[in-house]
Design a binder for this molecule. Structure first.
Ligand code: ATP
Length: 307
């Protein structure tokens, strides 16, 4: 008897239903913390943007089986119930009338614990993929509510694109625009704890806050210089103090583009460029360094089917 959580090879002769999806990472173009809730969570105002840096998830439904069998090619990612995609699958299987198991194969491309929402993206892909494979009558709104149980960023990852986010990041309003810039991501190889950064956040130490309203206007008018001017993340006050290396990378990115800021609670630093050529040239300047580097375009959706 297989342990739930251990991976099981699919039977090539079976008629398993299968779906492969791309789960896009997200960046914060700006981030403000506007309050603290009694439950310890913080209220944010932020602009979320999907990027085409994506994990690949293959889902296989195994009728008549039970359990969730997850495998990931990155050793730092949990393969059992601690994985957000595993938990997403559990929540949907619990709503399925018949008996079915699920295999989840994750090819990790988004750096982990990087401020790029990789775990949330995987959870969103698992929710959307399994809703389809199991033919579950769950509305988008209900799926977003299930997603929120898994993590504050999951509702955004389910829709993706570009949105103004409030609440804990779950109250979303799409911004009607088609961003034409390219994104460069630099992720220093160090661990930043999101919980620790939020715990240590002190509004008195913030001397500049972003205006999400102004940023929204610049995005709608496709004014990259205006967007660059509003790229402020108040959590930099904490992460830069805890990890001076991250501050040094932000400075380095600012030498390459005026549109540079930390994403989420870090350590990733993002830079916006007029097009891919400019982003690639900037990336080439950094290639000798021991950091994760990626450049590419914004993604219009959070999750996309590939086959
Ligand atoms: P957050 O700011 O919400 O922590 P993040 O993008 O900085 O998001 P993730 O890549 O989502 O960080 O990973 C945070 C932690 O979540 C990891 O250390 C890992 O142990 C755990 N985790 C659970 N599921 C996944 C997953 N599918 N992919 C990556 N990490 C996962």
């Amino acid at each position: 008897m297989m342990q739930e959580g251990a991976f099981r090879e699919a039977n090539p002769d079976s008629h398993d239903r299968k779906l492969t999806l791309l789960a896009c990472g997200k960046i914060n173009l700006c981030l403000d913390v506007v309050g603290r809730r009694p439950d310890g969570y913080h209220d944010l105002r932020s602009i979320f943007q999907s990027i085409s840096l994506a994990d690949e998830l293959t889902l296989r439904v195994m009728p008549g089986s039970d359990g969730i069998y997850l495998r990931c090619d990155h050793p730092g990612v949990p393969e059992g119930p601690a994985n957000l995609a595993w938990r997403a699958a559990r929540l949907l299987l619990d709503r399925f009338d018949g008996q079915a198991g699920v295999q989840i194969d994750i090819r990790k491309r988004i750096p982990i614990a990087a401020g790029l929402g990789g775990g949330s993206a995987d959870a969103a892909a698992a929710l959307l993929g399994l809703r389809k494979l199991l033919e579950l009558p769950i509305s988008d709104g209900e799926l977003a509510r299930i997603g929120k149980e898994l993590g504050a960023d999951v509702p955004f990852c389910l829709r993706g694109g570009i949105a103004l986010a409030e609440g804990i990041g779950d109250v979303l309003e799409d911004i009607p625009c088609s961003p034409s810039y390219a994104v460069l991501v630099v992720t220093p190889r160090l661990h930043v704890s999101t919980a620790e950064v939020f715990r240590a956040f002190d509004p008195a130490k913030v001397d500049r806050r972003p205006s999400v309203e102004r940023m929204r206007g610049h995005l709608e008018r496709s004014c990259l210089a205006g967007v660059a001017g509003e790229m402020v993340n108040v959590l930099e006050t904490v992460t830069f103090a805890l990890h001076p290396q991250v501050a040094a990378w932000a400075k380095r990115m600012q030498e390459l583009t005026p549109g540079a800021v930390m994403s989420g609670s870090g350590p990733s630093i993002i830079g916006l460029f007029a097009d891919l050529d400019h982003a690639r040239r900037a990336m080439a300047e950094l290639e000798q360094e021991d950091v994760f580097l990626w450049c590419g375009l914004p993604a219009p959706r959070g999750v996309r089917e590939v086959k």
